[in-house]
Design a protein around this ligand. Structure first.
Ligand code: NAD
Ligand code: MG
Length: 299
């Protein structure tokens, strides 16, 4: 194949500086400049998940949206969770899923409530008529430079949303999951190489890796696989609603933090990992973390 900028990993996606921007959390992807690329125009499926029933948390935007689009194009029916404020982004995803002839069940609600996590799983199971894959992508990130300024309320919320909801969702889903089911968590390069401004977030991402490996060992005898995806710096709403210091937005993924590929990733570049871990093709992979970091090293 001849060289083209479109297949060079350095130039395949956006490489310029990002315009400074801020939205209150949770930010809407549709208002971002440039809009993250979640594979809306590019992802091509090949029947890898035909007939599977998948719950995606954080499926309205960013990495979760990229996974949801890919799952639908691979033949899966989907339940999508997000916060009620994100309804406009979620409606876009529903349209994209339905355009593939797949089912899209929208279930808004706050994952920091254990009761809601149970309701979410029950509704997804009921309306999809089963559950084969949990793609647990939702997360929150608020940068705070000094531990003295880290509000206890934020500390609880970050742990509830990023970490505790995984326990609550898995507990509720386990009675429904068949042998061959796959659970995918979302950790981060921050779980290995934490930033000084993400004391709470990085700790949850490190803990998610421990949770994933321990749960994978616990569920292997039941024929259920558990893996995690660890993204590097990816251009998503999470970053522009307080996830990064605003002065770091322009060079996000370039100078701060630096990546060997010298650019931020786009959510579309994560879709392949979520598809692989959901599909039966990865039947011998469990208790693993799959890094998609632009080359930032992970153990
Ligand atoms: P995103 O903002 O598009 O997705 C995060 C989603 O989490 C939101 O859309 C929202 O629906 C959901 N969420 C947040 N708080 C919630 C709550 N209380 N209840 C229910 N849902 C809630 O951003 P993203 O970057 O695609 O994030 C997806 C995952 O990827 C997160 O777990 C994040 O930690 C992880 N991650 C992102 C990056 C990055 O650079 N963007 C890097 C490493 C890991
Ligand atoms: Mg969102």
């Amino acid at each position: 194949m001849a060289y083209s900028e479109e297949n060079d990993p350095r130039t395949k996606y956006y490489t310029q500086e990002f315009p400074k921007q801020y939205q209150e959390p949770p930010a809407l992807q549709m208002k971002m400049k440039p809009k993250p690329d979640c594979g809306e125009e590019s992802y091509i499926g090949s029947g890898k998940l035909t007939g599977k029933k998948v719950l995606v948390t954080g499926g309205d935007s960013g990495i979760g949206r990229a996974a949801a689009i890919a799952y639908a194009r691979e033949g899966a029916d989907l339940a999508i969770n997000y916060l009620p404020e994100e309804q406009p982004d979620a409606e876009e995803v529903k349209k994209l899923i339905e355009a593939e002839g797949r089912k899209a069940v929208l279930i808004p609600g706050d994952l920091s409530s254990e009761d809601f996590c149970k309701e979410l799983v029950d509704q997804a199971y009921r309306e999809l008529g089963g559950l084969d894959v949990l793609a647990l992508v939702a997360g929150m990130q608020q940068a705070v430079e000094d531990i003295s300024d880290l509000p206890t309320e934020q500390l609880y919320k970050t742990f509830e949303v990023n970490l505790f909801s995984l326990y609550w969702i898995v507990k509720a889903a386990l009675p429904h999951l068949p042998k061959g089911a796959s659970i995918i968590t979302t950790s981060s390069v921050e779980g290995y190489n934490p930033s000084p401004i993400l004391l709470d977030y990085a700790a949850t991402k490190h803990a998610i890796i421990g949770f994933t490996v321990a749960l994978g060992k616990q569920l292997a005898p039941k024929g259920i696989r558990v893996n995690s995806v660890a993204p590097g710096p990816i251009w998503t709403p999470l970053q522009i609603c307080g996830g990064q210091l605003s002065e770091n937005i322009p060079k996000f993924g370039q100078g701060t933090p630096p990546t060997p590929l010298n650019r931020a990733g786009q959510p579309a570049e994560l879709a392949g990992a979520y598809v692989l871990l959901a599909s039966d093709e990865s039947s011998y992979s469990t208790c693993q973390v799959y890094s998609v970091t632009g080359g930032m090293p992970t153990p």
